[in-house]
Design a protein around this ligand. Sequence first.
Ligand code: FAD
Length: 304
Amino acid sequence: MSNWTRDFFIYLSQNKFLNESAKKWGFRLGAEKFVAGTTIREVVPVIKKLNEKGIHVTLDHLGEFVNEKKEATLAKEKVLEMLDVMHNENLDSHLSVKLTQLGLDIDFDFCLENMKEIVERAKEYGIFVNIDMEDYSHLEDTFNILFELRKESDLVGTVVQSYLYRTADDMEQLKDVRLRIVKGAYKENDDVAYQSKKEIDANFLKLAKQRLLDGKAFTSIATHDHHIINELKQFVEENNIKKDTFEFQMLYGFRQEMQYALKEEGYAFCTYIPFGQDWFGYYMRRLAERPQNLQLIWKDMLYD
Ligand code: FAD
C-alpha cells in the first residue's frame, strides 16, 4: 500500500469525531470480520471454540484515547467484569489493555490507580495482563506504569515495536518481563522509527532471535508475516529453543488456517480477540496495514 494511503487510514484511526460516531453505527465496513462481538458474553463462545483447539486467547475490550475520567472509569469497570467472566467461565485467556482507554491522557496517577485495581483483580485469578503499546508519545509513560505495576505483580507485561530504533535497548531493561514483539501499528517519524518494511522486518527478526536465545521470560511473536514466522521456526529448531518459552500470536480474523496449522505443528498459539463498540480506530489501523481488507469495504457498501 502506498504511504499516503497508509497515512490516510492512520489519520482516520485517530479522528475523534469518527471514532465517537462509529460507536453508534454498530459494525460497518466489514469490521465484524475482525471484531468478535460487542459484549464479553457474545465473545465467550468464540473463545471456547478456540480453546477447544488448544489455542489460548488474549482479550481486548476496544477503546483508546479517552479524555474524560467518567469514560475511563467505565472502561475500567468493563475490564473488571471481563476478568470475572474469564475466571468464572474458566477461559484459557489473558487480558490486553490500552492505557489511553484507562485515562493515561487525562492523568498519569489516575491511570495508574485504574491499572492497579485491574492488576490486583487479575492477580487474584492468576490472569496475566498485557499492556498494549500505543504511539510513541505514550511509550515512556507505558514503561513507567509497567514498572510501578510490577512492584505488585509479576503477571504484567507489555509490547515492543520493531519499527523503533530504541527497542533493542528497551529490551535490555525488559529481560525479565513477558513481552509481545510486533512491528508497530502507528505513524512515527524517522527520527524515532525505521520507515521501510525491509528495516522493520530485519529488526523484528534480530530482536526476536536475541530474546529467544536469552530465554529469561516468555515471548509472544505477534505477526501475520509468514516469512518471519518461517525463519523463526527454523531458528528455534536449529538452536533447540524450548517451545514452552514462546508463542505465536495473530489477530482474530486474520490467516485462520495458519493459526490452526501452527498449533497443530506443536507451537503454542494465541489469538488476540478484540470486541466492543469502539471498533473504528482498531479497524482503521488494520486497513492501513493490509490493502486486501479494503475489499470488504466495497462489498459492505454494495450489499448493505
Ligand atoms: P505485515 O507487515 O502487515 O505483512 C507482511 C506480509 O505478511 C505481507 O506482505 C503478506 O505477504 C503477509 N500477510 C500479512 N497479513 C496477511 C493476511 N491476512 N493474509 C495473507 N498474508 C498476509 N501494534 C502495536 O503498535 N501495538 C500493539 O500492542 C500491537 N499488538 C498486536 C498484537 C497482535 C497479536 C498482532 C498480530 C499485531 C499487533 N500489533 C500491535 C500490530 C503490529 O504492530 C502490525 O502493525 C501488524 O501485525 C501488521 O504487521 P505484520 O507483522 O502482521 O505483517
